[in-house]
Every structure is written in structure tokens, then in C-alpha cells.
Design a protein around this ligand. Sequence first.
Ligand SMILES: NC(=O)NC(NC(N)=O)C(=O)[O-]
Length: 621
Amino acid sequence: MDQFGDREAGPPSGNTDIQIKAQSVEDERPDSHAPEPSYLFINSGQSMFDPITFKKGEIPDYQKVHERSEITIGQSSQHHETQLDFIFVLLEENIITFVKNELKRIQRALSPDYPECSESPGENEDEEQRRSREAFMKITQDFLRKMKQEELADCLQSGYRQGLLDLKTLPFALPSEYSFGTFLEDLHPVKGGLWWRGEIKTWSEEVGIESLLRNKLQLNVSNMAERKTTLKAAGEPDFLQFNDLACEAVGGRVIFATDEWFAQAANLLKREPPQFIASAFTEFGKWMDGWETRRKRIPGQDWCIIQLGVPGLIYGFDVDTSFFTGNHSPFASIQAGCLNETPNLALDGDRTGMAASESQLAAVAKLGSEAWPELVGVSQLKPGYSDCCHNYFTVNFNSRVTHLRLNMYPDGGIARLRVYGVGQRDWSSVPLDQDVDLVALTNGGVGLGYSDAHFGHPRNMIGLGRAVNMADGWETARRLDRPKHLEVDQRGILQVPGWEWAVFRLGHPGVISRIEVDTNHFKGNFPDSCRIEACCLTSEEEAQCIRSKWNSGKWQVLLPPQKLRPHHIHLYQAELNPSPPVTHVRLIISPDGGVSRLRLWGRPTPTTAAPAIQKRTVSKL
Ligand SMILES: NC(=O)NC(NC(N)=O)C(=O)[O-]
């Protein structure tokens, strides 16, 4: 079927381009020698239906024309006019047929019951046909609006089928004056959801926007898979395996910024990787996913103060300038402070378009941050192209840090500041008879090695609270050595050869008495079983284990193999083997899968012989 309708149903033209072979006035003369029919053009261009040919001397069948338009033929003075009349009758027929066919097609497309995508434009549709169709769409929208059928008009305007996206199912209210069409125009697919008015929404599947995007916007929301190396890439510093102590997910906050015109400083600490949306603008300029100040036209340089979520020792920074090209900060430095009291400073709400107030400047001046020791001296930053956006700085600073001052010279943009280190808790305030989660990152726990982290890093397991989604846990790839047919033992545990592991150093040596293994969100990909081993290592032994990829013989089974369940908190106490104080644990899952949290509750033991902890580690990961 032609995309403009059945050929039998009438000429498939949506265009006014009509080319009709007709007799010219000269051709009527008996002495005319013109051998071929001449052509009468109404507009130029490609004909959309077969030309009607009149041979010389042949009288066309005007019967139909007579019937419809009561045209009299005969008088030569009237002949040209008659010919035009005839053409217009044909034209009218063609246009009516086109309109009828298009309206049928539009009606089907707007019907929620009609199978999806069955009405896509034919492959042979050319540019002119597409333009005709679009022009008619606009006319139809105007008519629908005149008929007060706004919703249908909006659907048509956006090219979407009514019912594919039910606005009532959106988990938020749209402003009353905000039309369906505008809403869809404002949506942009980004990694992890849809960008809408400055925020990334992750509700796509529930409300069918995913299919809407695929089928209607024709946007490719999933990029080609990038090959990830399980272990660190060449050139990546070792410190990337530590915890991000400043991330908003662990309570990090920006408490002061000189200027936040284009994009607010809070973005620096977002957990998600930076995004770029070419078409996103705010009233202040280009929307950017980072901290971006205005082009400075007053003395000074821009800076901000960051309160770490987890105070601790810092091993390195990643000053990530992703997507800031042409507007990245050319130089930066980082200073560190250790404050006994939390300063009474906060940045609330949307700070875009704002700068520090006089009172904020006066309050921050009391911190004396300009004199804090420099962890990173004034250093050049590379722009935010993908091959150079990570500006890594290794740090040699042996003191606990609670706050950072990030300086830009003089102004510009930085997408993220990752602060890699290990939390340092003041254990003197922890009563000896109180159980604490010895591996929590807030208590100084840290991951020191793993076999695979294809979808999620094992350090996520020691984060705050319960995991927000699957990405907030440790998830490995499916092992390729799984047997073709699976078998279980008498306990129902899969008999498979492979396993995956992750090693942690506790924040303090201690006796573990209770274990929590949470498979929250891992419903179809939880591990079949897990076991936990533990040992007590000196820092030299730890360094040796890291070098040998944790093939040390010191591991003792703390928790024997346990069959796991999907999306469930598993609590183990009676199942634990009696154990002396330990410094390190290894979680082993079989064959593969995801664990969202690991909690190791126990009592810290006095540190006489556990030097791997509470001492700045120099071990290479
Ligand atoms: N196109 C831009 O990015 N311009 C400006 N920045 C933003 N975010 O609009 C600028 O001058 O730095």
C-alpha cells in the first residue's frame, strides 16, 4: 500500500504539484505540427499521480466534468477557462482523496487500540511527500484546536499516539498551563532516565515513556556497550578504589560558594556521572551538570567550601571537568581543614543564578580557609573532553580532614570533585560494650580488592542506609563457567565451580558477632549462596596480600555457605563460627550476582596488635 493511500482510492497526492498532459490552445489548431502532447503545469515538481494524456485531436471524456461542474464545451474563447475548470475539478478530487486517506490514517494513529508502529511512513516516501503530510498535520492540528480538542492536537503535534503516555500516571503534577506537547518536547533521554526541567527522572518504564521514546522520538537511548575492564585501567591511580568521602550519598555537602551563576556547586558532589544535554538551557545560560561560575568581571577568584560526609584521610582527588569545554576552570587548587565544630553554613534550594551574600561571606571568613594547608597546589586542569576530563591528584597528607576548599582560577566550570580516602572515626567516643558495624564506610571500613565489579563496585556495600537501587550495590557479571545444566546439593546450594569475592579492611579490629547480607533490589540476579572469611593482618601482611591478589592462607571461615534469597535482608548470628578479633573480611558469592549491603556488627577490640588499622595505609591496591 502506498503510504498516501490506495492507488485505486484516488491519486495519492498530498502536494499541490500537479502535472497534467493536456492540449494546448495551439494544439487545437488543425495546422498544428506539434508531434507530442504539451504539458500544463500547476506548480513544478514531481507528479504524484499518472499524467492524463490527450492525443492530438482527441476529445477528452468530459462527461464526469460536465456532470459535476456544468462546464459547456465548444466555444473556443471559453476553452482555456474550461480546461482550467477541468483541472480544478480533478484537483479537488485529488485533494479530497488525499485528505480522506490522511484523516483515516491520523484517526488510526490517534486510536489507543491500534497496533503500535503499523502506520509508519513508507520507505519510499520522498521529501515532498513528507512535507505534504506534515503540512496537512499542521492544518489538522489547527482545526482540532478550533474544535477545542487540545489533547488530540497536542498528541498530533508531538507525533505521539494518545494513550501511549497517560499523563495521569505521571508521579508528579504538570503545571496547569503546560501542554502535553510541550512536556514531551522538554524530555531528553539521558543515562539512567529522562531529563526533565533540570532533573533526571527515572520513572520511564512505569509510564511508558521508554517505549514512547523508542517508537516515537526515534531516539537511541541505549548507546553501544563500552568494554569495561574489571580491574583498573592503565594510567588510573590506585586511590580510585577507596571511598568517595565527599559524595552526597555519604552526606557530603557544599556549604559555601562565591558564585553559582550557570550551575550550582552542589552538583560537584552528585553520585551519578556528569551528563550533557545539548538542548538544555536555563534562564541563566546553558544547563551544565557541575559547578559553573559566571565569567568574572570583578577582582578575585571563585572558591567553595565542602563539608565531607565522612571525615578521614585523603589519598587522592579526581577533579572531573567532563563536558566543560570552552568554559572549564583552567586552574584549581585544593586546601584542607580539620574543624572541631561544624560551621553554621548551608546552601539551600536551587542556587543557579546566585552568588554569595555579604552575610555568607562574613560567616565563611571566620573559617580562615585561605590559610588551610594545600593538598593540591595551583594546578592546570584539562578540559572536559572524554579523553582528558579526569584530572587526578595524588595526595600525601597524614591528617584527618573534615572540610575542603576548592579554588578555581579565576572562574569557570568543574563537573565533579571526587575525594578518595578512608574514613577515620574517633573510636575513643565509642563505648566498648556497644556493637558497631565495623565495616561501614562511616566507621573507616574500606574495600581492598575484588574479583569482578562489572555492574557495581563492592564499596557500595558499605555505604549508608539501604541501597536505593541495583546500581547502589556490588554486582558482578554472570560467570561464563556456569555448568550448562545446574545441580544442587541436599541444602539446595548450587554446585558450581566459580565464585566472586570482595575483601574489606574493617574500620577497627573487632569481634564480629552478627552479619547482615542484604540482596535488596537483586531479584533475578541475587547470588545463589555466600560465605564470609576473616583474618587478622598486620599492615605488612596486608601489603603482601594485595600484591598476591588476596591468595593468602590466613583466611578462616566466619560464616559457612548460606543459601541466599532474592531482595532480602539475611541476618546471621547463630550461624557464625567463633572467631578471635579480626581486621579483614572476604565476602565470597557463588556463582555470581549482586549484594547491596554487608553489615558486620561487633565490638571493637583494643588495638595493641592490629597495625593495619588506624595507621595510614601505604599499600598499593
Ligand atoms: N555556552 C556556554 O556554555 N556559555 C557559558 N556557560 C554557560 N553554562 O552558559 C560561558 O560563557 O561559560
